[in-house]
Design a protein around this ligand. Structure first.
Ligand SMILES: [Zn+2]
Length: 87
């Protein structure tokens, strides 16, 4: 399958390293290369922005679990009848 960016190998390389870069786990050369590409390529910059927003949203969900929801869930489970042992 041929993607719309398949003829632009700098984009493919940048996108391949983007995840590592956004995780802060890319080495110095890779970080530099991705950052430079993002500063010059509007398409990849947009992709990076989207991925960053998704990662931020997921991180927020992990950092701040809804304690109230957990309490309500436990209360709800307490109101349920015990399951029958015999089918
Ligand atoms: Zn690009």
């Amino acid at each position: 399958m041929r993607s719309w960016r398949s003829d632009r190998s700098p984009c493919r390389r940048a996108l391949r390293d983007l995840q590592t870069y956004l995780d802060g786990e890319a080495d110095r050369d890779t970080s530099w290369r991705v950052a430079r590409h993002l500063s010059r390529c509007e398409d990849c910059f947009g992709d990076a922005d989207t991925i960053r927003a998704i990662k931020d949203a997921v991180a927020r969900l992990r950092v701040a679990p809804d304690a109230g929801a957990l309490v309500r869930l436990r209360r709800l489970l307490d109101t349920l009848p015990e399951p029958d042992a015999a089918p």
